[in-house]
Design a protein around this ligand. Structure first.
Ligand code: 5AD
Ligand code: SF4
Length: 472
């Protein structure tokens, strides 16, 4: 079970330490160390935090033992995520014992949820900063240096960090994430995000385009536009009064260059529009992949979850996506064991998975989060063993579906963007096709490098990987 629950966004990146550049740390007297947990948005925020700290004279280190400041950028989405972070904090206690001047800060969603309670609960924490208050981090550090506990968990209606240029160090230099909006107004009953990340607000399109152009000029070949709910992106230019919606933004980014791939995440099924689908279809460099979380396949449960669509409505959306773009891959988020879920609701979920033929899913057991609508209104009444059993069935079905859709790709040729060596061998490249599937193939041409596009014909597959050969 543990492994399954670990599928939080990018499993491999949980707790990843930020790696600094040599030149960035030169001349800095103080060093910060940061670990990130949770969704891609948090990893993206850590790049903004690094930029803010660099500007105020901090260099980075990958070694917590050498740091003057240890920061944890935290996640509250499930109880397990918070447990992992608490455990990590107790490990930092030891370092603090040997280095009493060391400051420890908790940032992100857990900071927002627990606020100053964290200072009392975890005696070693000196700084607590919520997701909208990162600009105040340098002042808070100064305050904490005088021995005062420093907290800023104010949420904002405007903050988008639009003018801060993120430091992208851990990336492969080929693919980057660009935040386009923050917060969420949706109030799904299970979800703590509207409380920890606040109201929805969009970043101005000019700064987004500029950031994407800069990335492309620096050799990046793929940008993923990020937001909790990208389809509700909406920006009105204050001078021209011109309104820009998500479809228009997507197009503007796609037009930067046909050699720049564009992805986006996450879409709420109720908000993704026909205009977005047509824009995707019109531009080859907008990748044919949509992350379209269903959460549950039962209309009754969807209503309790406040998802505002029915099972039929969702399936009609999937059908429409496939009509417009027959080669479009779809992935999902699925929660097992939400309040009152019975066997029939669970079978409905399995059924929707089969009908939607998801290429991939992120699958979770429901965990009650304090303060959410579900925590206030419903009893978390599905026994743990039942949740585990249902999750295991969901995972097993998804594994089968992933293998089946991969098998259908055998014989097809895809344009693949090379990201680096494959995990298993330096003799092989790893890249992705437009559908976001990992493709692995032998290196045959010495002049090829990460960032190149190559045509690859698939001859074999596993559940998670397509195996191919460069088309000469
Ligand atoms: N319990 C389990 N899964 C949750 N998610 C969000 N809140 C919870 C919760 N309380 C899942 C949803 C969401 C994904 C990011 O995390 O599937 O889409
Ligand atoms: Fe949470 Fe729903 Fe908003 Fe996603 S859309 S962040 S699940 S409230």
């Amino acid at each position: 079970m543990f492994e399954i629950e670990q599928k939080v966004m990018d499993e491999a990146r949980q707790g990843e330490a930020y790696q600094g550049l040599e030149e960035e740390t030169q001349g800095s007297e103080k060093r910060f160390y940061i670990e990130s947990y949770g969704c891609q948005m948090n990893f993206s925020d850590s790049e903004i935090i690094a930029s803010i700290l660099n500007s105020s004279g901090f260099g980075s280190t990958r070694d917590a033992d050498n740091a003057d400041l240890i920061l944890l950028n935290t996640c509250s989405i499930r109880e397990k995520a918070e447990q992992t972070i608490r455990k990590r904090l107790t490990e930092f206690k030891k370092i603090k014992k040997n280095n009493p001047g060391l400051l420890i800060g908790v940032l992100g969603c857990m900071a927002e949820r627990l606020k100053s309670k964290l200072l009392e609960e975890e005696k070693l924490v000196d700084i607590v900063v919520g997701p909208d208050a990162y600009r105040t981090l340098p002042q808070l550090i100064e305050e904490a240096e005088t021995g005062t506990k420093a907290v800023n968990v104010l949420l904002s209606r405007e903050e988008t960090y639009a003018d801060i240029s993120p430091v992208r160090i851990n990336s492969n230099g080929i693919t980057a994430f660009v935040s386009i909006m923050r917060g969420c107004n949706n109030m799904c009953a299970f979800c703590v995000v509207p409380f920890t990340r606040g109201r929805e607000r969009s970043r101005d399109n000019e700064s987004i385009i500029q950031e994407c152009k800069d990335l492309f000029e620096r050799g990046f070949k793929e940008v993923t536009l990020l937001g909790q709910n990208v389809d509700s992106y909406y920006w009105v230019d204050p001078i021209s009064n011109h309104a820009i919606d998500f479809a228009m933004l997507l197009e503007q980014v796609a037009l930067i260059s046909p050699k720049l791939r564009v992805r986006f995440s996450t879409s709420h099924p109720k908000d993704i529009t026909e205009k977005v689908l047509q824009t995707m279809k019109a531009h080859e460099n907008i990748c044919k992949y949509i992350h379209l979380p269903i959460q549950s396949g039962s209309t009754r449960i969807l209503q309790l979850m406040n998802r505002t669509y029915t099972r039929e409505w969702y399936l009609a959306k999937v059908k429409r996506i496939k009509e417009v773009m027959p080669d479009c891959a779809i992935s999902s988020d699925i929660i097992a064991g939400f309040c009152t879920e019975d066997d029939n609701d669970h079978y409905d979920t399995l059924d929707v998975m089969r009908t939607s033929k998801y290429e991939y899913s992120y699958m979770f057991m429901y965990s009650e989060r304090p303060g959410t609508l579900a925590a206030k209104r419903y009893k978390d009444d599905v026994p743990l063993e039942v949740k585990q059993q249902r999750l295991a069935e969901i995972v097993s079905l998804q594994n089968q579906l992933s293998l089946e859709t991969n098998k259908l790709d055998i014989g097809k040729t895809f344009e693949v963007l090379i990201e680096g060596n494959s995990k298993k061998s330096d003799e092989q490249w790893m890249g992705r096709n437009s559908q976001n599937k990992v493709v692995v193939f032998d290196k045959t041409d010495a002049i090829m490098k990460p960032g190149d596009y190559v045509l690859v014909v698939v001859h074999d597959c596993t559940q998670g990987t397509l195996i191919g050969k460069i088309v000469s």
